[in-house]
Design a protein around this ligand. Structure first.
Ligand SMILES: NC(=O)c1ccc[n+]([C@@H]2O[C@H](COP(=O)([O-])OP(=O)(O)OC[C@H]3O[C@@H](n4cnc5c(N)ncnc54)[C@H](O)[C@@H]3O)[C@@H](O)[C@H]2O)c1
Length: 264
């Protein structure tokens, strides 16, 4: 049985690694998927792969949306409202990494940019889907945070701050929405094989990005990165009735990273 048959699922950052894997899995589970991303060209490229999966009975639409723009977010939500008259699932997943540098050297503009996407953009998106979900008396909202939403890595304070903020945002929204049957949770991936991590490898170790990935992999108790599909399966759990009593919670998929104390 398909777990999301006819459910309307809005996914941001849907042209990226985790977002696309989630869109594909949801489609294969029968959902009507709305893929939103600021990278319109990549969304177009992904459409062919989505067409192949569509045979399972779901549907998909791509919508170019920059989540830092209130106008664009509201336009996309009103498009979904007109087309489907409901939103059952919102995976608010779009994000940017920012830079790796000491706090006192971090450019203020870049800090603002990271917060505009990772924090304010997620808040704007959540704010826009809530009225419809409240009216339906049902919904699941999933925010993609990070292990850096629960712990810090030196040199990435903007990203860490933004991902911690999502935990507070999630908990506040979960309390406001629980009585309306709307659940809100965060997902905290560790290192995942996506374009975002590829860019980080190249920026930290431009001459040998693969060595940086090897070093990071070695630091993970499971000794490897996650595949985007492994995060997508956690998204599916939270989107579906399998998680019907879960709200206000943080869900990790990190290969054991946050369980470990340093050993050397
Ligand atoms: N890859 C990892 O190891 C990892 C680990 C923990 C958390 N995350 C988080 O997972 C989420 C997805 O990351 P990913 O690894 O798939 O990265 P990715 O770079 O492959 O995908 C991110 C997507 O977000 C889109 N995006 C960026 N700014 C946007 C905006 N203003 N409006 C709309 N879309 C925008 C990008 O175009 C891109 O398609 C992010 O929030 C990221 O912080 C990733």
């Amino acid at each position: 049985m398909q777990k999301l048959k006819d459910k309307v699922a809005f996914i941001t950052g849907a042209a990226g690694g985790i977002g696309l894997a989630t869109a594909k899995l949801f489609l294969s589970e029968g959902a009507r998927v709305i893929m939103a991303d600021s990278d319109a060209d990549k969304l177009e490229d992904d459409a062919a792969a989505m067409e192949e999966i569509k045979e399972h009975g779901g549907s998909f639409n791509i919508v170019s949306t920059d989540i830092t723009s209130q106008e664009q977010v509201e336009k996309t939500i009103s498009y979904i409202q007109k087309k489907f008259a409901r939103i059952d699932i919102a995976v608010l997943n779009a994000g940017v990494a920012g830079a790796n540098m000491p706090l006192e050297e971090y450019p203020v503009d870049l800090f603002d940019e990271v917060m505009a996407v990772n924090m304010r953009g997620v808040w704007l998106s959540m704010r826009s889907v809530i009225p419809l979900m409240k009216k339906q008396q049902a919904g699941s909202i999933i925010l993609t945070s990070s292990i850096q939403g629960l712990s810090a890595l030196a040199g990435t304070t903007a990203y860490t701050t933004s991902k911690h903020a999502l935990v507070g945002m999630m908990k506040g929204a979960a309390l406001e929405l629980a009585e309306f049957g709307v659940r809100v949770n965060t997902v905290h991936p560790g290192y995942v094989e996506t374009p975002m991590m590829d860019a980080i490898h190249s920026s930290v170790m431009p001459d040998a990005p693969e060595n940086f990935q090897k070093a990071l992999s070695a630091s993970v108790p499971m000794k490897r990165y996650a595949k985007p599909e492994e995060i997508a399966r956690l998204m599916l759990f939270l989107a579906s009735e399998d998680s019907s009593y879960s709200t206000g919670s943080c869900f990790l998929a990190d290969g054991g990273i946050l369980a470990a104390l340093p050993t050397s």
